[in-house]
Design a protein around this ligand. Structure first.
Ligand SMILES: Nc1ncnc2c1ncn2[C@@H]1O[C@H](COP(=O)(O)OP(=O)(O)OP(=O)(O)O)[C@@H](O)[C@H]1O
Length: 267
C-alpha cells in the first residue's frame, strides 16, 4: 500500500492568464482511495483532467507505474489500466446495460479482423472471457435486475452505478471518479460509498476521486488533498484535512460546504 502508483511532481497548468494549477505535487499509493477536495475553481477538475490526459501540464511531470504519463495520448490510458467516470454520465443510452459493459471490454480485444469475421475458436474463447468478466462486475455492483434494460429508461442513480461498472469492466489499476455523488440523493450516495469501498477491498483497485460531499469523502478516503486557487493547502486523513484551518478558511463563504464540514467534524 505504500508504493506509489501515480506521482505528480510540481505540476502547473495555465489557461491564458489563469494559473489553474500552481506547483502541485502528490502521490497516489497502490490500493488507496485518494480524494481531491476544494471549493469551486480550486483546480481539482484540472488536475483530474491532466491524469486522464485531457490536458497537458504547462510544467511538471506525472508518472504512472514509473512511466511518464504525459507522453501518452488520451486514447491509450485505458490500455495502461486507467479508467474514469464522468460528472455527467456518458453511456450509450439506447443500448442495454449488458451491451454498455461489453463495449467497456473493447480495450481487451486482441483478436484480429479475420478471426472475428470467421468467429474462430480463439474469438469464441475471448468472447466467453469478456462475458464472464462483465457478469462478475454485474454481480459485484448488484446490477442483475438492470442487465437487459436500456440505459435510457433507468433512474439516474442506477445509471451512475452502470457507469462505474463500465469503468470496472476495463479491469483498471487506477479508477478516476469525477464527483461520484453528483446528482445522487442521500441514500444513493450511501450506496455509492459502499460500492467504492467494495471496489477497493474486493478488487484492490486504486481510486482517485474529486468529490464535494464531505460525508462520502470521510467514509471512503484514506487520504485527502485539499486545494484552493490552484494550490495544495492541506493533505492527510479526512479528519486532519477537514479540521485544517486553511481548509476551513478556504470554504468560508460557501455556506453549504462549511455546514457540511462542521457536521462531519461534530460526528
Ligand atoms: N479550459 C479552461 N479554460 C480556461 N480556464 C479554465 C479552463 N478549465 C478551468 N479553468 C479555470 O481554472 C480554474 C480551476 O478550475 P477547475 O475546474 O479545475 O476547478 P474545480 O476545483 O474543479 O472547480 P469545481 O468544483 O467548480 O468544478 C478556474 O478558475 C477555472 O475557471
Amino acid at each position: 500500500m505504500n508504493d506509489p502508483l501515480l506521482t505528480a511532481k510540481n505540476i502547473s497548468v495555465r489557461f491564458g492568464g489563469v494559473l489553474a494549477v500552481n506547483d502541485v505535487s502528490f502521490d497516489v499509493k497502490r490500493g488507496e482511495v485518494f480524494t481531491l477536495i476544494g471549493p469551486n475553481g480550486a483546480g481539482k477538475t484540472t488536475v483530474f483532467n491532466l491524469i486522464s490526459r485531457i490536458y497537458n501540464p504547462t510544467q511538471g511531470s506525472i508518472t504512472y507505474e514509473g512511466e511518464e504519463l504525459t507522453a501518452l495520448p488520451p486514447h491509450r490510458i485505458a490500455r495502461v489500466g486507467i479508467a474514469r467516470t464522468f460528472q455527467n454520465i456518458e453511456l450509450f443510452e439506447h443500448a442495454t446495460v449488458l451491451h454498455n459493459l461489453l463495449i467497456g471490454r473493447h480495450t481487451h480485444r486482441s483478436t484480429g479482423l479475420f478471426a472475428e469475421m470467421f468467429f474462430t475458436g480463439k474469438v469464441r474463447a475471448a468472447e466467453r472471457a469478456h462475458r464472464e468478466k462483465v457478469e462478475q462486475v454485474i454481480d459485484l455492483l448488484n446490477l442483475q435486475k438492470a442487465r437487459d434494460l436500456l440505459v435510457a429508461g433507468l433512474p439516474y442513480g442506477v445509471r451512475k452505478v452502470v457507469e462505474l461498472a463500465r469503468a470496472l469492466c476495463t479491469e483498471p489499476k487506477l479508477l478516476l471518479l469525477d464527483e461520484p455523488s453528483s446528482g445522487l440523493n442521500v441514500e444513493e450516495t450511501d450506496d455509492m460509498a459502499f460500492w467504492i469501498q467494495d471496489i477497493k477491498h474486493e478488487l484492490g483497485v486504486t481510486v482517485l476521486m474529486v468529490e464535494h460531499d464531505m460525508t462520502l469523502v470521510s467514509k471512503v478516503s484514506d487520504r485527502v488533498l485539499a486545494m484552493n486557487q490552484g494550490e495544495v493547502i492541506a493533505m492527510g486523513t479526512p479528519r486532519e484535512v477537514q479540521s485544517h484551518p486553511a481548509v476551513i478558511e478556504a470554504y468560508l463563504g460557501t455556506v453549504d460546504d462549511v455546514s457540511s464540514l462542521r457536521r462531519e467534524l461534530a460526528a
